[in-house]
Design a protein around this ligand. Structure first.
Ligand code: CMP
Length: 141
């Protein structure tokens, strides 16, 4: 089915000048970018976005990293967009990511892992709503 997913190009990949490379990989895989914005997350925004991880030991470092520089947030749309995006990203830990994935090719550490992608339909809906209003989604399917 056609799905939408929330994608973030994280501060390390923006600083590394990899926005275009990452967008090219989305588009080559048949995913359409139907909304996009650059922003520098505040601590409050990062804590709210990652609230599900608030009890995890890595939460502080995660928030610190995600607020360390600008990010690109985008909504990807396409057939099985959630699974497809996760495939393109590769494993959360770049050391475990398969060759040819974004995290294998462009990322260094589990925090500075280049990209975020929603993990399921319900989280995708929530995460898209966190950054975009419905009238900002330019669906093209
Ligand atoms: P992301 O998909 O953005 O969701 C939460 C982030 O926490 C994850 O990518 C990683 O960058 C970061 N993180 C740091 N340590 C861990 C860990 N042990 N397990 C999962 N995620 C981690």
């Amino acid at each position: 089915a056609t799905e939408r997913t929330l994608s973030i190009v994280k501060p390390d990949a923006v600083a590394g000048n990899h926005i275009g490379e990452i967008y090219r990989r989305f588009e080559t895989a048949g995913l359409r970018i139907i909304a996009a914005r650059m922003l520098h997350l505040s601590q409050e925004q990062a804590e709210a976005f990652y609230a599900v991880h608030s009890e995890r030991p890595f939460f502080g470092d995660l928030v610190k990293f995600m607020t360390s520089g600008p990010v690109m947030v985008q909504v990807l749309e396409g057939e099985e967009a959630i699974r497809k995006n996760r495939e393109i990203m590769g494993a959360t830990n770049p050391a475990e990511a398969a060759a040819g994935t974004i995290r294998h090719d462009l990322a260094e550490t589990v925090d500075a892992n280049a990209v975020h992608g929603s993990d399921a339909l319900e989280t995708a809906r929530e995460e898209i709503g966190f950054f975009f209003d419905d009238d900002e989604l330019h669906s093209r399917h």
